[in-house]
Design a protein around this ligand. Structure first.
Ligand code: URA
Ligand code: CA
Length: 442
C-alpha cells in the first residue's frame, strides 16, 4: 500500500477501506508516514468528507493506537460524558456526584486542561487534600464501593489523535466534521466507556457556530458510537454565553457545590439534569429521561447529591468540610467589580473572550506545563436578557496580580453588549440526537 495512492483516492472522492485507514493511522503514529503526506490527506478529507463507515474505522484505529482503559472490573454500565468544549463548563463536577447518587457508576480518567481554565482534575485540586492520583486498584475499589472515582490520565491514550490534532491545528483542518467526530470518539472509546452522553455546544463560544452544523456533528458522533457498539446520545446545548456564572477553578468548585445544594445557576442546573437524565437511562437506572430527571431533582432537594460529593471528596483524601465551608477553597487576594456603563438589557456575552479574561487572570494554561492559579477567575453577575442600570455589577474579577487588570478590563468591555430594548433569554437545549434520529426543539 502506498500513501500516495490513498491521498489521491480521497482527493478524488473515493471511499477508503478499513485496511487502508488502518495503514494511514498506524503509519502516522509510528512515524513512517511524514507530516506532509498526512497534511495532504487531512485536507482531502476536509473537502471530500468521509462516509459513516470510514469515520467509524478511523475512530477505531485511533482508539487502538495506544493504551486503552479496561473498566471491566467495575460493576454496572459505565457511562461517560463528554462536552465538545466551551467556557466555564462546570458540568462534570456536578454530574459525577449527582448521577452516582442514584447508582450510575462514574469512573472517569481526565487529562489536565489546556484552555481558559484547568480541566476537571485541576479544579478538584483546589479542594484541600484531594488526590487525583489513584492507583488502578484504588480507582476500581472506590467506584465499586461509593459509585464514583476520578483520576488523572495514566498511559498514552489515543496517541494517533494527539499527533493528528496537533497537525490539524496548523493546517487549517480542525473544523472538519468527520475529523472532529473521530477525534472525540476515539478518546471516549479508549477510556473504556460502555455508553456515552455527548454535550455538543453550539454558538459563538463553540466549535460549531451554527445550529445545523452542530446537529450534523452530533449525528456523526452518535453514528460512530452506534457503529462501534457503544450506545451514544448527544444533547445540543447553547454556548452563546458562558454556562453558569463562574469561570475559574476554585470558583467553579464552589459553583458545583451550590448547584448540588439546589441553589446553583438555573442554566447549569438544567443542563446537568438533562445530561444526567440521559446518563441514567443509558445506565438502565431509569426507563425514560423524564422519570430520571425527576429522580435527580429529588436527589438535589433531599441532600443526597451533595452527600455523595462529600463521600467522594473524603474517599480521595480531601477535606469534605469544604462543602459546608467553601471559604476553605483557595481565595484570591482581591476582587474587583466590573460595572455597566449604560442602561439597558444584556444582549450578548462573548463566551470566548470571557474565557480569555479568566486565562489572563491566571486560571488557565497557555502551554502544557504552565502553572495555573486555582483561586482566580470571573463570576458573571448578569446573563443575556437581564436588565441593567449604569453602575450595576456585570462581573466580579478574582485576582492575585494587579498588573493583569488593565488588559482584562478592556477585554471585558468588548465582551458585553447592551441593548436599549428588551432581549429574550436564549434557549439552553436545542435538541437531542439518538440512534433513532434527531429531535430538534429549534
Ligand atoms: N475536540 C477534540 O477532542 N477533537 C477535535 O478535533 C475537536 C475538538
Ligand atoms: Ca461555570
Amino acid at each position: 500500500m502506498r500513501m500516495y495512492d490513498l491521498i489521491r483516492k480521497k482527493r478524488d472522492g473515493g471511499e477508503l477501506s478499513k485496511p487502508e485507514i488502518e495503514f494511514i493511522v498506524n503509519g502516522y503514529t509510528n512515524g513512517s508516514l511524514p507530516d506532509y503526506q498526512m497534511s495532504a490527506f487531512t485536507m482531502a478529507v476536509f473537502f471530500r468528507g468521509m462516509t459513516a463507515r470510514e469515520t467509524a474505522d478511523l475512530t477505531r484505529a485511533m482508539a487502538n493506537s495506544g493504551d486503552t482503559v479496561d473498566l471491566s472490573a467495575i460493576k454496572g454500565i459505565k457511562v461517560d460524558k463528554h462536552s465538545t468544549g466551551g467556557v466555564g463548563d462546570t458540568t462534570t463536577l456536578v454530574l459525577a456526584p449527582l448521577v452516582a447518587s442514584i447508582g450510575v457508576p462514574v469512573a472517569k480518567m481526565s487529562g489536565h486542561g489546556l484552555g481558559h481554565t484547568g480541566g476537571t482534575i485541576d479544579k478538584l485540586q483546589s479542594i484541600p487534600g484531594f488526590s487525583v492520583e489513584l492507583s488502578e486498584r484504588q480507582f476500581v475499589q472506590n467506584v465499586n464501593q461509593i459509585g464514583l472515582a476520578l483520576t488523572g490520565q495514566t498511559g498514552d491514550v489515543a496517541p494517533a489523535d494527539k499527533k493528528l490534532y496537533a497537525l490539524r491545528d496548523v493546517t487549517a483542518t480542525v473544523d472538519s466534521i468527520p475529523l472532529i467526530a473521530s477525534s472525540v470518539m476515539s478518546k471516549k472509546l479508549a477510556a473504556g466507556a460502555d455508553a456515552i452522553v455527548l454535550d455538543v455546544k453550539t454558538g459563538e463560544g463553540a466549535f460549531m457556530k451554527t445550529l445545523d452544523e452542530s446537529f450534523v456533528l452530533a449525528k456523526a458522533m452518535v453514528e460512530i458510537g452506534t457503529e462501534l457498539g457503544r450506545q451514544t446520545i448527544a444533547v445540543v446545548s447553547d454556548m452563546n454565553q458562558p454556562l453558569g456564572l463562574a469561570v475559574g477553578n476554585a470558583l467553579e468548585v464552589k459553583e458545583a457545590i451550590d448547584t448540588l445544594q439546589g441553589h446553583g445557576p438555573a442554566d447549569l442546573t438544567e443542563l446537568c439534569l438533562e445530561l444526567g437524565a440521559h446518563m441514567t437511562v443509558l445506565a438502565r437506572k431509569a426507563s425514560d429521561p423524564e422519570t430520571a430527571k425527576q429522580r435527580l431533582r429529588d436527589q438535589i432537594c433531599s441532600g443526597a447529591a451533595v452527600a455523595k460529593l462529600k463521600q467522594f471528596i473524603a474517599a480521595q483524601g480531601g477535606d469534605a468540610s469544604v462543602v459546608d465551608r467553601p471559604e476553605m477553597l483557595p481565595q484570591a487576594a482581591k476582587t474587583v467589580v466590573f460595572k455597566s456603563e449604560t442602561d439597558g438589557f444584556i444582549s450578548y456575552i462573548n463566551a470566548e473572550t470571557i474565557g480569555t479574561c479568566a486565562m489572563l487572570l491566571g486560571a488557565g494554561r497557555e502551554q502544557k506545563d504552565s502553572a495555573i492559579d486555582l483561586a482566580v477567575g470571573i463570576v458573571l453577575q448578569k446573563k443575556i436578557g437581564d436588565q441593567v442600570a449604569t453602575g450595576d455589577p456585570l462581573a466580579v474579577l478574582h485576582l492575585n496580580d494587579d498588573a493583569r487588570l488593565p488588559g482584562v478590563i478592556s477585554l471585558l468591555r468588548e465582551s458585553f453588549e447592551i441593548s436599549p430594548v428588551p432581549v429574550p433569554k436564549p434557549p439552553l437545549i436545542y435538541g437531542v440526537v439518538t440512534r433513532e434520529g434527531i429531535e430538534r426543539f429549534y
